[in-house]
Every structure is written in C-alpha cells, then in structure tokens.
Ligand binder design. Structure first.
Ligand SMILES: [Zn+2]
Length: 278
C-alpha cells in the first residue's frame, strides 16, 4: 500500500552505485527502512531532497512482506541546515538519531517519540549545543519510552523526598543554589534497578547499579521531568560537579534499562567539551 507520512532520517547507507538505503522514524508507522533508487544520479528527483537529520514528507510504497520499502516521493520539511556546519550540534544530532534507531522496533508507531526527536533536532539546529540539552533529551526519552524514574517519594518506605527546587525559581535563586550546592551532603541513592530514588534511611538496601543523588540533582531532574520545553534546560546553570553527577546517573540508568552501550554518548559529550585553541 502507498502511505503518506512525516519521517525523520536516522541513517543513510549506500546500497549500490546509484541507490541508497535510508532508515526513517516515521510519525505514523514507526521505524522503517526504505530504498531510494537512483538517489545518486545527477537527474534524480531525490537529489537534495533527503539527508541526515531531515524531517521529510514521504510517499512510500509499504510492501506487504516488509523488507526494504520503496520511496515514491520525498520532500524536505525541515532540512536543518545549521547541522551541516556546527559540529557540536551535529555530534548531538548523530547521538540522538543513533539512539532512537537502536531502541525503536520496526513498525511500532510512537508519535510521542517522533515529536521528541523532531523537537530535539530543531533545538540543536537553532541553539548552542549544550550538555544540559543532551541530558534533558535523555530524561524525556526515558519518559516517552515509559521508563521515567520515580523521583517524588522513596521507592521503599514511600516517604516524600527532599529536593532543592531552586532551578525552578529564576536566576537569583540559581545563584544562591550554586553556592549552596557545594556544601550539599549526600542524602539519597538513585537506584537504576528499582527505577528511582531511595531515601537516606533505605539507601543501604539499594543493591547494585545505584549512585548517590544530592537534593539539587533531584530537584533538577524533577523540574525537567515536569517541564515541556527546552527552555528549562537552557535556564539551568550547573557546576562541574552537578554536570558530572547528571552524566553518571542518566548514563547508568539508560544503559541498564535500554541495554545500550554508551560509546556514542561518550563520544558526543567528548565533542561537546572539546575546546579549540585560537
Ligand atoms: Zn525510604
């Protein structure tokens, strides 16, 4: 059958001298693999119409017996040109699309995941690539995958957890928060296996795959969990210690639940932190 849908390019692989295989995340049909015949021919109607990180309107012939589907028409809706030249943003976009390609099953429609990836690529095409934006994406990804960590109460005794919510209170509060954060004592434990936080009293029962979590990090994760836009990631300011804690907690949580290796993530973060001497 022929279907029309929006789709984001996740990967592109040369197939022959003139054709290429494109892996897409579609809005209505989940992840699909297509072949674009004659894509490399000079007079092909697909020249300039499809590339990595594009969101396109796709007319595709979905074969009954699956395999590679044939693209009939493709027109770019969002080419995201800045991602061709801003290498930090490109590193993040590659990490995001690679991650989604890895965790999405074929033919499993997930419109929320499509919206999140579409928004994330828009963000990194328009803004400075930030580590906090990357962490924000990861937390939201876990949410749309139904794996959002429990951050409101202790998973064992159900007592409400104390957080430092200065991140939600504006720039003045953030400044005070940064100073206070230096003196914050370890209070709770983030357990990847249990999928959330254990209070200080219950922390000894956390077992493996657990990391200490301070109230400021708990406050930031809760603030992001309830926020809707990238602005919340932009409005936050982190100390190096806070950035390191976020990287470790989210990295271990994703690795455990999504069963992925974190090599692409480590590469993206390394590129984000690269400084070029003038
Ligand atoms: Zn407890």
């Amino acid at each position: 059958m022929i279907v029309k849908t929006q789709a984001i390019v996740l990967r592109m692989i040369p197939f022959s001298e003139t054709s290429r295989v494109v892996l897409w995340l579609t809005r209505d049909h989940g992840k699909i693999a297509t072949i674009i015949k004659g894509a490399h021919r000079r007079r092909s109607p697909f020249v300039g119409q499809v590339d990595l990180f594009y969101t396109c309107e796709l007319l595709v012939y979905l074969r009954l017996f699956r395999g590679l589907h044939i693209v009939k028409e493709c027109s770019p809706l969002k080419p995201r040109t800045p991602l061709r030249s801003r290498w930090r943003a490109t590193a993040c976009a590659s990490y995001f699309t690679g991650l989604v390609a890895q965790i999405s099953p074929l033919y499993a429609p997930h419109p929320e995941l499509f919206r999140l990836l579409d928004m994330a690529l828009d963000y990194f095409a328009d803004q400075s690539a930030l580590e906090l934006g990357l962490f924000w994406f990861e937390l939201k990804l876990m949410k749309v995958m139904g794996l959002s960590p429990q951050l409101k109460e202790c998973l064992r005794c159900h007592h409400p957890l104390k957080e430092d919510n200065a991140f939600a209170e504006g720039p003045g509060a953030r400044t005070a928060h940064r100073a206070k954060a230096c003196a914050t004592r370890m209070a709770s434990v983030f357990s990847c296996v249990r999928g959330g936080v254990l209070c200080k009293t219950c922390a000894p029962s956390a077992g493996a795959k657990a990391l200490p979590i301070t109230p400021d990090i708990l406050g930031m994760l809760r603030f992001w969990q309830s926020s809707r836009s990238w602005r919340s990631a932009q409005s936050a300011a982190c100390t190096p210690r806070q950035t390191r804690d976020l990287e470790r907690i989210l990295g271990l949580f994703m690795q455990y639940h999504l069963e992925i290796d974190n090599l692409a993530r480590a590469t993206a973060l390394s590129i984000l932190r690269t400084r070029i001497s003038p």
